[in-house]
Design a protein around this ligand. Structure first.
Ligand code: C58
Length: 525
């Protein structure tokens, strides 16, 4: 294993979907990293040797674990009352103020975790590889008895915590009704990731179509904590105010699952579009890159790092404007200059600073935009290695990461000087020197020669006519949908009682949400 992994456990080993890479340590076939290995027989047909699944390799998170006295702690934010098993004080505050042992569920303050003396009561010998935290050795401290989980987490207060999403007061009287699975007809599967399955659904009452992101609760609680579900909801709230970000219709849950009902964007994604185009004219790539920049800048200004920019997450609406989807990898609450360190993202788009294990900030999104813009302009990933196909050593994720870290990126000579310059700007391996990451921040992007013809204000108002209009027959036209899901059954598997018994439902209290704006729109129909 290469050194940059030192403090990380590959925690994503429990992949729910067989089509996703299961073992992050095992080499996988890297040969079709080319987006377009050759020209298809007819538009829309796969290329010879093309493996569609590789295009949609999902984003993952690697979680940092801290081992003390047999405990394996993970940072956690508590959305309800919790007490430290070491000092017995309440675990307060914002951010990941507490640590929870993933085996015995012991809760402690971050500041107290190294002082815990009681060994883990539930240390099972799973063959997982956990590297000790660099300063994770137990230091001597005041002895303290450790309480059981039941004591550590007292019953919930009478008043449930306020829902994380928009204030309910804004709802009209009578508009407060919640949605449930019965309100929707499931039409088909349109996407899946490591943590979620996404369906196209119809709200029966209005016949309107939505995208529905379905997450199994067991996955949230298994090796992760609820943090990212809350973050996703917060980001949806923020995003609902921007033309280039998908908005939320509603949230609800069943005993086994969480549901995000998302406004439906009809024109497919950039990956699908690129598979038909080979590569885009500079004018088109410029338009998409500029709209994406505005969306990213909007999120950054609100303290959110998107962390999962890739062709699959850039959707096209019926006019051809972009909308970013999937906020499941977002990091929120980041102020200018702040950094974070979670190892996450989609391999081909992961910035060098993440791979080096450094603290990072908004810079990782501008790197990913560089990778994506390169893909649009060149028709292949900047990290493709032509000869890798025949060499098994070069078909591994580790090798890809080494290439991202070390290889000088070659820009096709066919590109203009300005395009080459913007790519070199975004793909600078040093985040301090990267385009968009300097003192002038976003302004350096706005003023870059590549974007000279962009009228940014007009663009943000959707006043610029997109270069390409997706062909759409009706609202339900499936022509722009990825073909790999056509045969997939659309139903959800029935709940399994033993799985549900292990879920702590209190973690999901207050998840329900109805977007008041979309509700009133619906009532107009
Ligand atoms: C699109 N890449 S969130 C299919 N996948 C997704 N589509 C949408 N949201 C999400 N309107 C996804 C995925 C997410 C997390 C797990 C991985 C997949 C979406 C949201 C709103 C439409 C789609 C391709 C596609 C786009 C449009 C229609 C059909 C397929």
């Amino acid at each position: 294993m290469s050194t940059f992994w030192a403090d990380f456990l590959y925690a994503a080993a429990n992949h729910p979907f067989p089509s996703m890479p299961v073992d992050l340590l095992s080499p996988f076939d890297h040969r079709n990293e080319f987006i377009f290995p050759n020209v298809p027989a007819a538009p829309g047909m796969p290329c010879a040797g093309e493996d569609r699944s590789i295009y949609r390799r999902g984003a993952r998170r690697w979680r940092k674990l801290y081992r003390v006295n047999g405990h394996i702690f993970q940072a956690k934010r508590f959305n309800r009352r919790a007490f430290c098993a070491f000092c017995q004080d309440r675990i307060w505050g914002l951010g990941r103020q507490g640590f929870k042992c993933i085996q015995c569920k012991l809760l402690v303050h971050k500041k107290c975790h190294k002082l815990v003396q009681k060994p883990c009561s539930n240390e099972h010998v799973d063959p997982i590889e956990v590297k000790d935290d660099a300063n994770g050795e137990s230091t001597l401290g005041r002895a303290s008895s450790v309480r059981s989980r039941a004591e550590v987490e007292p019953p919930l207060p009478e008043t449930p915590p306020a829902p994380a999403a928009a204030p309910r007061e804004e709802l009209e009287p009578g508009a407060q009704r919640q949605y449930s699975l019965d309100d929707f007809e499931l039409i088909r599967v349109i996407g899946r990731g490591s943590y979620a399955k996404v369906l196209m659904v119809e709200l029966k009452r209005t016949k309107r179509v939505y995208a529905m992101k379905v997450i199994k609760k067991a996955l949230v609680t298994d090796d992760e904590d609820i943090d990212w579900v809350q973050t996703e909801k917060h980001v949806f709230e923020t995003a609902s105010n921007h033309p280039f970000l998908v908005g939320l219709h509603s949230c609800f849950q069943t005993p086994s699952r969480l549901f995000f009902v998302i406004e439906f964007v009809r024109g497919g994604d950039l990956m699908f579009h690129m598979q038909r185009q080979r590569r885009l004219p500079e004018e088109h790539a410029r338009f998409y890159a500029a709209e994406i920049s505005l969306a990213l800048h909007f999120l950054h200004e609100r303290g959110v790092i998107y962390r999962d920019l890739k062709l699959d997450n850039v959707l096209l609406d019926h006019e051809g404007h972009i909308k970013l989807t999937d906020y499941g990898m977002c990091k929120e609450g980041v102020r200018p200059g702040d950094t974070t360190s979670t190892f996450c993202g989609t391999p081909n788009y992961i910035a060098p600073e993440i791979l080096r294990g450094e603290e990072y900030g908004f810079s990782v999104d501008w790197w990913a935009l560089g990778v994506l813009t390169y893909e649009m302009l060149a028709g292949r990933s900047p990290f493709d290695i032509a000869q890798a196909a025949d060499n098994p050593d070069q078909n591994t994720e580790d090798y890809l990461f080494q290439v991202i870290l070390e290889k000088t990126i070659r820009i096709p000579r066919s590109l203009s000087v300005k395009a080459a310059s913007v790519l070199k700007g975004f793909l600078n391996k040093n985040p301090a020197e990267r385009l968009g990451c300097g003192e002038n921040g976003f302004l350096d992007i706005v003023n870059h020669p590549f974007f000279k013809s962009i009228e940014w204000e007009m663009l943000e108002q959707k006043q610029v006519v997109p270069p390409f209009k997706p062909r759409l027959e009706g609202e339900r036209d499936l022509a722009n949908f990825p073909p790999e899901f056509t045969d997939e059954p659309v139903h959800l598997t029935p709940d399994n009682d033993t799985v549900i018994a292990d879920i702590d439902q209190s973690e999901f209290e207050g998840f329900e949400y109805v977007n008041p704006l979309l509700m009133s729109l619906e009532d107009c129909v």
